[in-house]
Design a protein around this ligand. Structure first.
Ligand SMILES: Nc1nc2c(ncn2[C@@H]2O[C@H](COP(=O)(O)OP(=O)(O)O)[C@@H](O)[C@H]2O)c(=O)[nH]1
Ligand SMILES: [Mg+2]
Length: 229
């Protein structure tokens, strides 16, 4: 698909980024890796696999996603993680509702597609519970019926993405993107997308440290901040 850029935020993902890029390149014409100041050679592997590479400071996924904006020139942008959690073969399914003119922003739902990271232990329990609670609040306030508000695997019209005026610095950017899409009057859709366990290493998200930022960010975007439209 020549209309699509796949953006992959990656901080120390050298072990998985090559395969993720290969999969993305099979699906689209342009792959942009945002390297979060990695010290494991992620950027070199990304270049060797034919991706464009830019760099952020590695201080949060939200900042990484925002750093990509000036480097996008295709009508549709897909975001995918660099840890091999997302299946690049699903990129076409994410983009299809946008190409068909049925949606402006499409997220992959782990509740519909299953996840190997959302249940099993206490951390997973807290993630699933917190994420379901947030999704219910978004649904109630925005009159929609989404199942997953936290997945990083998504496709969005690039012109809409630019108008969202994103401000979050960490992974709270996932819910910010959804809430601002809805409050700006654009259309959300979901497709089932399975989330695999990250291929190596551990998550960058420390729930115990950031949970209150989710609450603060949610209230801010549900009631106060507005997209640019
Ligand atoms: N460029 C960049 N990427 C990041 C940063 N923090 C996390 N990421 C990437 O964002 C993606 C999702 O992060 P991950 O730790 O897997 O979060 P989880 O899937 O919610 O557990 C991965 O590809 C990370 O490498 C950052 O500060 N900068
Ligand atoms: Mg992950």
């Amino acid at each position: 698909m020549e209309s699509v850029t796949v953006v992959i935020p990656a901080k120390n993902e050298a072990a998985s980024i090559g395969a993720v890029i290969d999969g993305a390149r099979a699906a689209c014409g342009d792959v942009l890796v945002v390297d979060g100041n990695s010290d494991d050679g992620t950027a070199a592997v990304a270049l060797a696999h034919g991706a464009r590479v830019i760099r952020d400071e590695g201080r949060g996924k939200g900042l990484a996603i925002r750093a990509a904006l000036p480097h996008l020139s295709r009508p549709v942008t897909v975001f995918m993680d660099g840890d091999a959690s997302h299946d690049p073969r699903m990129i076409a399914s994410l983009v299809a509702p946008i190409e068909a003119g049925e949606a402006d922003h499409v997220t992959g739902s782990r509740l519909l597609g299953g996840s190997s990271e959302l249940h099993g232990g206490f951390d997973e329990f807290m993630r699933l519970t917190g994420s379901s609670f947030i999704t219910a609040l978004i649904n109630w306030r925005c009159h929609v019926r989404l199942s997953d508000s936290q997945n990083g695997f998504r496709a969005i019209r690039t012109d809409v993405l630019r108008q969202l005026n994103l401000t979050e610095r960490i992974t709270t950017i996932e819910q910010e993107m959804i809430v601002k899409t809805l409050r700006g009057g654009w259309r959300m859709a979901e497709v089932p997308a399975h989330e695999s366990k990250r291929a190596h290493g551990v998550s960058h998200v420390r729930l115990g440290r950031v949970w209150f930022r989710y609450g603060y960010s949610l209230v801010k975007h549900l009631y106060f901040s507005r997209p640019r439209r």
